[in-house]
Design a protein around this ligand. Sequence first.
Ligand SMILES: Nc1ncnc2c1ncn2[C@@H]1O[C@H](COP(=O)(O)OP(=O)(O)OP(=O)(O)O)[C@@H](O)[C@H]1O
Length: 252
Amino acid sequence: MSDAHAPVLRMESVRKTFGETVVLRDVDLEVAPHTVTALIGASGSGKSTLLRCANLLEDIDDGAIWLDGEEITDPRADQDAVRRRIGVVFQAYNLFPHMTVLENITLAPRRVHGVSRAEAEERARELLERLGLGGRAGEYPDRLSGGQQQRVAIVRALAVRPRLLLLDEITAALDPELVGEVLAVVRDLKADGMTMVLATHEMGFARDVADQVCFLDGGVVLERGSAEQIFGDPQEERTRQFLRRIVEAGRL
Ligand SMILES: Nc1ncnc2c1ncn2[C@@H]1O[C@H](COP(=O)(O)OP(=O)(O)OP(=O)(O)O)[C@@H](O)[C@H]1O
């Protein structure tokens, strides 16, 4: 697509069921280039499933999804090629314990993208430096803190130069004092213009960093808007209730 303003990701009327359970219903989403979309909502509201559908890790039951104007849910779409354009970071870092940081990061560029070892290592070292991990390339993951491991997982996702980055609760497994360093990385990536969709329980962070906030409730995007609007002037009672509970829990 040549239109610089066309959505990077678009979902239309997406429905996802697991057996009898409808997990996403009629989900519409548009993610503009160089923006951050935060998915918020109670546990089980469908945030992770939405991200997994966007990356084709889950098949959808109805609706359609486009990446850069190409319908990726079209059965003729090359799913592997689509996944190569989307970086994903999960709550669990999923680093290979028997590989060094550098090997973890260069695996996909070399094996999947056919990048030469020299080029893959150069890019990896550049990213490690940028994310404050210069000097860690030769370490094994278990020698790193949770926050450092998660930053390595982010570097690994960035190493293939993704068009879109999906971040699923990337701070959920971290000790509170390590959360900040990972969120700082997301802020930096936003400043660099990376397009991101993130599911998060870190409301303060969502309010600060997101251009668009979607509140999910029972698999429906019940309310969406700017961070200012959703956190400052929510229209739906369910959104107000959710945010009230967050405030009461001292998490906003
Ligand atoms: N593979 C699966 N099989 C059956 N049900 C599933 C599966 N994955 C998710 N679900 C169900 O789908 C619903 C939405 O789950 P999902 O993980 O997307 O929610 P979430 O908003 O990301 O929750 P959390 O904030 O706890 O991560 C839940 O009811 C969950 O039990």
